[in-house]
Unconditional design. Sequence first.
Length: 340
Amino acid sequence: MQATSLKEIYASINSEAKTIFVVPLIRFNVKKSDYLYLLYKDLIEDSEFDIKSISVFNHFKIVVGLLLNKREAVLHYHWLEFQDLRSLAGMPWKILCIYLFHKLGGNIVWTLHNEFPHDRRFLKLHTFLHKKMAQWADILHVHCKTAVEIMSSRLNTSTQKFRLIPHPDFPAFPIPKNKAIQHLNETYNCALEEHSPILLMFGNISGYKQLERVADIVIEEKLDCTLMIVGPVKKGNQNLFEELSEKAGAHKNILLIAKFIPEEHLPWFYSAADLCVFYYREILSSGGYHMAKSYGKKVMAPDKGCLSEEHNRPNVDLFSNENELKDLLSSFLRSFENGR
């Protein structure tokens, strides 16, 4: 099950492969924070491979490329899912291209990021497509052993098909907390105070993260802290954004910054934060968790998916329910107050 590198995985299924088609696009403009770039970084810098990043509209290139490369190519796919009717309309085209690639003798690696789509829409159709993709794929790539247990059952697939490569690390560029707060106050009009505890929930604003429940805990328990909820609103989550905006407008210790954050500003948020909180409804692997750990932040997260394997890590507290999260937050804030 364990693999040491993507290079090893590709060689195990196609020793002649020189071209790696990657779906979706690698964001080369944000190399310090893009998961895909960091995952493929070593191969991008290795002249042995040609990494070709493929968009939704250019799926035909994986079929043409396979034929031109005399089958010396591997397709590495991520996030095979859709959220609405518009994206559903594009699925037959993508599935056709993947199927043709498979039938023409191409080798497929599929990385499993989620147990099922976070918004839980079209679950039966997703289940059907995911089981088909699992059949076509030569290798199913995951980031932890727990994911193998969960997904082998869900996809009705042998564990022998799985390979484990840990989540890539994010580079960190921490700065002093006071400097970080100064930058945030000047740029985002935050009014943060250096000696007040700051809780951070960073990433796309989406329902499965239960951001509103953490805000409610801070409000209802009258916790003496500032909760920063930061990130762009994911498609289909306008109602959640409006709910969070209402809470932030009524309570000065709930700070909502609902916009894309430039990569160069990431160190400000993580350096200002004293604690990173996650309350995923469901999760396999979490890029947000790994970003928080790269900055050496204390973390509170649910005992689910790959996160369940982090319970022995320093500065990581896992919880099984909301009451446990409340207790952990209260304990952390008492310790923070006593340590000042």
